[in-house]
Design a protein around this ligand. Structure first.
Ligand SMILES: Cc1cc2nc3c(=O)[nH]c(=O)nc-3n(C[C@H](O)[C@H](O)[C@H](O)COP(=O)(O)OP(=O)(O)OC[C@H]3O[C@@H](n4cnc5c(N)ncnc54)[C@H](O)[C@@H]3O)c2cc1C
Length: 395
């Protein structure tokens, strides 16, 4: 007999989307089971996103008033766009009355996991969903394997695919894991983590004649920096001296503080939105539903925004038998998803140089950058999107 777990909501994926959803459902008195193919240690140590929108921070604070985002995280009241060595600060509170927080994703996950376990709610680690059956029935089920490779089944009233960009749940919703609107970019980011003090207190997005670079931070001792590269670049092909030389040339006006590089990776850029976000009682959220290039720092925040809409819809469905919000889930979530897709595409195309860019393209791009940074309306448009629009609720 295959062991069967019964729950109201089966959540596949203990990333930001899955864990936040589990907390919002628990607060509404709805029981869920969360599974993740990774170990707890891997989830708590994988470095990914770093910038949280104001709405994300407000939500994390509502879930856990003691969240470390306010003690370990740092509020950033702006970013700098540097155009050919000229710095232009985008003052978030001055323009839109909001801010962002630098608080790494793995710290958010560490907090959310600890809270869920402290509240006596389980997370099944190293447990993999293989497929979803009965997606459009009232009793969808997750078929998977546990840490020992033994099969199991989760019978639920709703299955949520919060299983990231390589989602298996997407297959049950959209018919194929690749079914969606898609765009690939002809460049990538070469990212490093280094041991050094910060070179600047806020993020610098630098568009220079030598190419694009982003100077970001992680902590007083560790910094995150990126520069545009070819997607096929081997992250180990460059020496540390070559990496620092590239970064220094691409941020004219600042001498970056160098230090030992202890992690390097090449991050490809994709924009993707699944054609379908829901089939009956099986729903997609976060990277399972969409991917954005990282330039606008939207990926994790968009996952959180989906979950806010879905948690309300599931509460209405499972607590009050009201199907109206779940029927509207995709339309409501897609409004923000496409705004975020546009912003991420816009920041990416405005700041990077395509390999086949002509001299006209380069001069037009500088015109576009100046029309943003030299206009209060342009800066406000950027600040509003970067700090995050108010959450949609579907009401
Ligand atoms: C280098 C990098 C930098 C980034 N920077 C930013 C940033 O600054 N700001 C920002 O907002 N976003 C950023 N992002 C994007 C952000 O990390 C993602 O958008 C975010 O993690 C999405 O959350 P999620 O919960 O939807 O998916 P994920 O975080 O991918 O979580 C999915 C979970 O599902 C699990 N899983 C997958 N398949 C299965 C299965 N079959 N069975 C069980 N479990 C499964 C995975 O192990 C994983 O834990 C960045 C991403 C990268 C890679």
């Amino acid at each position: 007999m295959t062991p069967t777990i019964r729950t109201r909501v089966a959540i596949v994926g203990a990333g930001p989307a899955g864990l936040i959803l589990s907390h919002l459902l628990a607060d509404a008195g709805i029981e869920s089971v969360v599974i993740d193919q990774r170990s707890r240690r891997e989830i708590e140590t994988t470095i990914r996103a770093g910038i949280l929108e104001q709405g994300t921070v407000d939500l994390l604070t509502a879930i856990d008033p003691g969240t470390r985002v306010h003690t370990v995280g740092q509020r950033h009241d702006g970013i700098e766009l540097r155009v050919q060595g000229e710095g232009h600060r985008i003052d978030f509170p001055g323009l839109v009355g909001r801010s962002v927080w630098l608080y790494p994703q793995h710290e958010v996950l560490t907090d959310l996991l600890a809270l869920r376990l402290a509240r006596g709610q389980d997370v099944l680690f190293e447990t993999t969903a293989v497929r979803v059956e009965g997606a459009d029935t009232t009793t969808p089920r997750v078929i998977g394997t546990d840490a020992e490779g033994a099969g199991f089944v989760i019978d639920a009233e709703v299955v949520v695919g919060a299983d990231g960009s390589r989602s298996v749940v997407r297959q049950a919703v959209a018919g194929s894991s690749r079914d969606g609107y898609f765009r690939e970019y002809p460049f990538a980011w070469f990212g490093i983590l280094c041991e050094a003090p910060p070179s600047s207190h806020e993020l610098i997005y630098s568009n220079s004649d030598d190419g694009f670079a982003l100077i970001s931070q992680r902590s007083p001792e560790v910094q995150r920096m990126y520069f545009q590269c070819d997607p096929d670049t081997d992250p180990h092909a460059l020496s540390e001296a070559e990496i620092w030389d590239t970064l220094q040339r691409r941020v004219p006006g600042t001498t970056l503080t160098e230090g030992p590089i202890f992690q390097r990776d090449v991050l490809r850029f994709r924009s993707f939105v699944a054609h379908e976000l829901r089939r009956g009682r099986t729903v997609l959220v976060g990277d399972a539903a969409h991917t954005v290039p990282p330039t606008g720092a939207k990926g994790m925040n968009l996952a959180v925004a989906d979950v806010v809409v879905l948690a309300r819809a599931l509460t209405a469905l499972l607590a009050d038998n009201d199907e109206r919000l779940i029927d509207g889930y995709a339309d409501t979530a897609l409004r923000r998803i496409w705004k975020a897709q546009h912003f991420s595409w816009w920041m990416t195309s405005m700041l990077h140089t395509a390999p086949d860019a002509s001299e006209f393209d380069r001069r037009r791009q500088l015109g576009e950058l100046r029309s943003v940074v030299e206009s209060e309306s342009g800066r406000a448009f950027l600040a509003e999107a970067y700090t995050g629009w108010p959450f949609e609720t579907g009401l």
